[in-house]
Design a binder for this molecule. Structure first.
Ligand code: ADP
Length: 361
């Protein structure tokens, strides 16, 4: 491996970047830094502003306010081809009339790279994605996964400091997707200096690939942290439900230390500095909920059972609230309408006071 695909180490910085379409704010004051060599996922539901943020880095949308930096350079007013970025989109966007090698050479020619260097750079990029044997094929002669590899090679050929990926796996079927995810992780290991900004609505992709995840909702950054931080200690209800689909129970902090009231039940959970009387949301991951008696036991009626192969997902209705439990190795499938008791350990619950949120320090 030549290892020379990145000329410079450069991160990305959004400095209060806002974007509006016809008065409609679709990105609202984004402050976010991607460190050199870091993989940052932008994760959120459709329409939350992820692609807009990516396109602001690429130079395809002009912020209404704020600045975008690549490395130390303020690129806010720079045209896309002068930004030194590679970009990969969901639809591959290969030129159908060009062979693989000419698709990969395209960016180099546009950049006016030294003609004598182009074949070597094309070969190097195709080698990186395992497509060297397909250089003379046309895109129509390749599978979806192969086309996406070529698109990645094309983006890497210019040796960008920053690689932008917009839902790169969405067009692939599930099995290919997981293979390509591993492939992207390998590529990143081989190009440790390249910063990756990876837009996805798929939490598994974000959790698998990213060093940090920026959670977006309704044009705003909701939370940002490592996958472990977001999963174990979400800061907001949105993060807790979007990343890992947590139980969110409405509670009130009780007078007794370390106690909250949930629908008339006293639950022992870490309450930290939150004062008595404050309303809050208790976040408990479904896989940390057990069946049967134990600490924080809650009894209700089984409203739904889903068999998911390695686990059963039970929905138990407790005083008008549905609690999800992911249970392993149940010998018998519980029946709808049966009574069931669920429990969880105090340390497995996270208390989110109402209005808690914004990004981590
Ligand atoms: P995401 O990538 O999270 O799905 P987008 O950044 O693509 O979200 O879009 C955010 C919002 O901006 C959406 O409501 C979308 O309809 C709107 N939007 C995106 N591009 C345009 C455009 N060119 N003109 C008008 N509205 C747009």
């Amino acid at each position: 491996m030549t290892g020379g695909a990145a000329a410079v180490r450069s991160g990305i910085r959004f400095d209060r970047v806002s974007v509006a379409y016809g008065g409609n704010v679709v990105l609202d004051g984004l402050d976010l830094t991607v460190e050199p060599g870091e993989v940052m996922a932008l994760l959120g539901p459709s329409g939350s502003g992820k692609t807009t943020a990516l396109r602001a880095v690429a130079g395809f949308v002009r912020p209404a306010s704020g600045r975008v930096y690549i490395g130390d350079r303020d690129v806010t007013a720079l045209p896309p081809h002068k930004r030194g970025i590679g970009m990969v989109v969901q639809s591959y966007a290969l030129f159908p009339h060009l062979r693989v090698q000419d698709n990969v050479a395209f960016g180099l020619k546009a950049q006016k790279a030294d003609r004598a260097e182009i074949p070597g750079r094309v070969a190097e990029a195709l080698e990186l994605v395992g497509m060297a044997a397909y250089a003379r094929r046309y895109p129509r002669e390749l599978s979806g996964g192969q086309q996406q590899r070529v698109a990645i090679a094309r983006a890497l050929a210019i040796r960008p400091g920053v690689l932008l990926l917009d839902e790169p796996l969405s067009a692939l079927d599930a099995q290919l997707r997981s293979g390509m995810l591993a492939e992207l992780a390998r590529l990143h290991r081989e190009l440790p200096d390249v910063s990756l900004l990876y837009v996805t609505h798929d939490q598994v992709e974000a959790l698998t690939l990213a060093d940090r995840i920026a959670v977006m909702d309704r044009a705003r950054l909701q939370d940002c942290g490592t996958p472990q931080e977001l999963y174990r200690r979400p800061r907001t209800e949105f993060t807790a439900s979007f990343v890992g689909n947590a139980n969110l129970l409405p509670v009130t902090v009780a007078e007794a230390p370390g106690t909250v009231d949930f629908a008339g039940h006293a639950l022992a959970v870490p309450t930290g500095e939150v004062a008595a009387g404050v309303t809050a949301t208790l976040c408990v991951r479904p896989h940390l909920v057990g069946l049967g008696d134990g600490p924080n036991a809650l009894t209700g009626t089984i409203a739904e059972v889903q068999w998911r192969g390695s686990t059963h997902r039970l929905y138990v209705e407790v005083d008008g609230h549905r609690i999800k439990a992911d249970l392993r190795e149940l010998r018998e499938t519980p029946a709808l309408g049966d009574r069931a008791t669920l429990h969880f350990a105090a340390q497995d619950a996270v208390l989110l006071p109402a209005g808690a949120g914004a990004s981590r320090g």
